[in-house]
Design a protein around this ligand. Sequence first.
Ligand code: UD1
Length: 424
Amino acid sequence: MEKFIVQGGKRLEGVIRVGGAKNSILPILAAVLLNKSGDEIILTNVPRIRDVIKMVEILRSLGAEITWSGNDMAVSTTNLTGFAVDEKLMREMRSTVFLMGAILARFGQVCISHPGGCAIGQRPIDLHLKGLMALGAQLREKHGYIYASCSRLTGADIHLDFPSVGATENIMLASVYARGVTVINNAAKEPEIVDLQNLLNKMGARIRGAGTDQVRIEGVSQLHGVQYAVIPDRIVAGTLMMAAVATGGDVTLEQIIPNHLDAVTAKLRETGVQIREENDRLRIQAPPRIRAIEFVRTLPYPGYPTDLQAPMMAVLARARGTSIIVENVFDSRFKHVGELNRMGAQIIVTTDNRTAIVHGVERMTGASVTAPDLRAGAALVVAGLAAEGETVIDGLEHIVRGYENLEGDLTKLGADIRRINDNT
Ligand code: UD1
């Protein structure tokens, strides 16, 4: 089993570059399946993380030809052979649900196994399925599989009950070749949706409105190859910001889009951290101990991101005073609380599992902890950097889903963190 061993108490300092966004590249890898032209698609700034590697495996299993060169990738989808996503691959990665829209649009049919629940709540896919049905897809669910088919999808007016990121992307992908116009109302506004729109439009699609709550897709009959750079990962950037804050550090992030982090920056400023933004750089200078903040409420973009709720909790655990964190996006996203408390934090979760009351403590101490999911794992790393003594973090398989080289980045900034393979 792989583990991180962190010796806490080292102040982080220096400059670090942030790579491409996991939540952009995953739907983009679905979008490339729409390309029937015979042209290649070149993607740059692609993070080499576990989720991307899994997605590449899935694409290859459908017949795509993919070659990597560093963080660049060439994809040819001329000779696709299948429309059924292998169950084992599907189970390993929930994000495959938005392959549905793209495969359906390309082949007129798709078969995936139902993604089921996951560590951070039920994560239903009803909004995805309702959207596809509104476009004319016929759905059957049997023995844990979902089979969808259509002749040609037809544009429709769709209203999402909740601005789901995945459902917005899935419907965008499904409607690129649809007859007529599709309008998604109450669409999610995340920057990754804008990135997907930009890629698709560069391939010849006609989409506008991404980044607002109404996305309008005019169906086209052809797409073509493209070269495209994935936007920087705002969640990785935010995690590194938290790591800097946890250690009272002075860190500059490079190659990011600072305004994607506005909600995070605003909250950190409330704690007494100084943040300066300049073009694609952001410098964080943190005091040895931050102030608590009254409330952090996770919300769809541009609200405070749920993916940075756990890392924020890890820094507030050592703040002066009490902070309240409300999780509004997912129904079970406080699995890190018990682990942080093992390290000396004093955090209570209300019975509805929505609110955490964080009583800041002066000191946290190293302990053996387990990452319950991706971002909770990142939070434990952040906590370990600030804790006294040694923290051993298990469950690395979650963390490597979304961070290309977290230990390398942190080491570069002066942290003492090692990745070990312990076969006990
Ligand atoms: C995406 C991100 C994830 C992030 C989340 C919220 C990717 C690959 N993942 O996940 O990192 O934490 O956005 O910012 O981009 N919901 C339904 N029915 C549906 C779909 C969603 O009820 O059909 C609910 C979910 O249970 C959840 C909420 O909507 O409570 C938000 O989910 P959604 O925005 O869809 O998140 P994902 O796309 O899964």
